[in-house]
Write a protein that binds this ligand. Structure first.
Ligand SMILES: [Zn+2]
Length: 439
């Protein structure tokens, strides 16, 4: 393991009892804050007959109503543009973003100066130290400037910390490969999908990234960094360590992998995390899969309390080899609860299928999963592509039958596999959409 580094060692390694006491105190403060400053929260809590004074223990937090994305959307539709969940006047805002809109109309996000320069900074400093990034590192950001939050907070925080930033927006992937090398980048960030694409582009150009100075790759925006085969593929392409980074526009940046690479830590001093059964909304035990529910414990502009992330996770509360007492998400985000599907009586995560596909060297990293309508009697279909023109027909056939055997064994369902032409399947720079449900 590399040399350990912490941002706030004392809180990161707090004994659990002290950590829970800190979380309770901060939750109580946030609840007073939203109750006093946000009409939406006051209305919700009045309707539920609960006041901030009712929260005396961590157990009491379960009495607090959930917050869901649909409410934020409705609030902004009723009271445009910001809605009535903001806790600061818009004039205080210094940064705005919007959610990607993958699941509906985008939600506008506003941050005041303290959230942007203190709270976001603190969050990303946990990430930076967790990954072992140093101020002598050089970060290449292959991402275009826009309303989507990804990388702007990370870039601003690392810049504030003294890391050199090389902007990689508005360039082709080939130019990005050249620039990473020309500017001696040591750290690169991106979605797992784009990082794989960029790495493949380098290979096609005859550039060996493992011989470059890149030593750390930070992956966010999709579950990939913690899908073992995807992580391994990225690490091999770049000759670097690949670390998971988890956040969302609405809740901000809560999860980072440490150098032990044994799950993704939640910054528990800044977030309160619950893992609940998606149907009963009762807590599930460590090691069991449930839906992640998060509360902001520090931010000012739009803290979300008991926000249903709709992400499925598995908590590990054992102390990590890095010494942090912050809980870990085993395997990071396992998938969207909306994306998990049932087929032939089996619960299936698309990330589980991705892991199998990316273990097959003859396949490219792109794929599609086509799930037939229930009761149609059809098999699930997996579309894959050869990794390159050099993979022969017979090699591909053998790879497909090996894949089907592995699929039957792991997923316990027999799929049909369709082989597309090289480069035929869609590519994504942001959130990939590879699951197709037939209706
Ligand atoms: Zn750790």
């Amino acid at each position: 393991m590399e040399v350990l580094s912490y941002w706030q060692k004392e809180t990161e390694t707090l004994p659990l009892g002290d950590l829970r006491a800190l979380q309770l105190k901060r939750f109580q403060e946030r609840m007073v804050h939203v109750y006093e400053h946000s009409p939406m929260y006051r209305r919700k809590y009045d309707e539920a007959g609960i006041t901030p004074g009712d929260i005396r223990t961590l157990e009491d937090i379960r009495k607090v109503p959930f917050t869901v994305k649909e409410e934020l959307r409705e609030s902004q539709a009723r009271f445009p543009p910001w809605g009535d969940f903001m806790c600061v006047p818009p004039e205080e805002g210094v940064r705005v973003f919007q959610t990607t809109g993958t699941t509906g109309i985008p939600v506008k996000v506003l941050l005041n100066k303290k959230d942007w320069t203190v709270h976001f900074y603190d969050q990303f400093m946990h990430f930076m130290h967790g990954y072992g990034i140093k101020t002598t590192d050089i970060l290449f950001v292959p991402f275009g400037y826009g309303l989507y939050i990804a990388w702007w907070g990370f870039q601003a925080a690392l810049e504030q910390a003294g890391v050199m930033i090389v902007p990689g927006g508005a360039q082709s992937s080939r130019d990005r490969v050249k620039n990473m090398l020309d500017w001696d980048a040591t750290v690169v960030c991106g979605t797992p999908t784009y990082l794989l694409y960029l790495g493949e582009t380098a290979r096609k150009m005859g550039v060996s990234l493992p011989e470059s100075k890149i030593r750390i790759v930070v992956a966010a925006g999709e579950p990939g960094a913690n899908v073992p085969a995807t992580k391994a593929a990225i690490e091999e392409l770049y000759g670097a360590r690949c670390y998971d980074d988890i956040g969302s526009s609405e809740i901000s940046n809560f999860g980072f992998e440490c150098v032990a690479q044994q799950g993704t830590h939640v910054i528990e001093s800044m977030f309160y995390a619950e893992c609940l059964d998606p149907d009963t909304l009762e807590p599930v035990g460590p090691g069991e899969v449930g839906e992640l529910v998060l509360s902001n414990l520090c931010t000012e502009s739009m803290p979300l309390l008991r926000y249903r992330m709709k992400d499925l996770v598995r908590f590990n509360r054992d102390r990590c080899d890095c010494g942090r007492t912050f809980l870990r998400l085993e395997g990071g985000i396992l998938g969207r609860s909306d994306d998990m599907f049932q087929f032939a009586g089996v619960n299936i995560f698309p990330s589980g299928i991705e892991n199998l596909i990316r273990q097959v060297k003859e396949f490219s990293s792109e794929y599609q999963i086509v799930v037939p309508r229930q009761g149609s009697g059809k098999r699930m279909k997996i579309r894959v592509e050869p990794a390159s023109d050099r993979v022969s027909g017979p090699e591909m056939e053998r790879a497909v039958s090996r894949f089907i055997e592995a699929f039957k064994y792991r997923i316990t369902v027999t799929p049909d596999v369709e082989v597309a032409e090289v480069g035929e399947l869609p590519r994504f720079e942001l959130k990939a959409k590879r699951l197709i449900r037939e209706t």
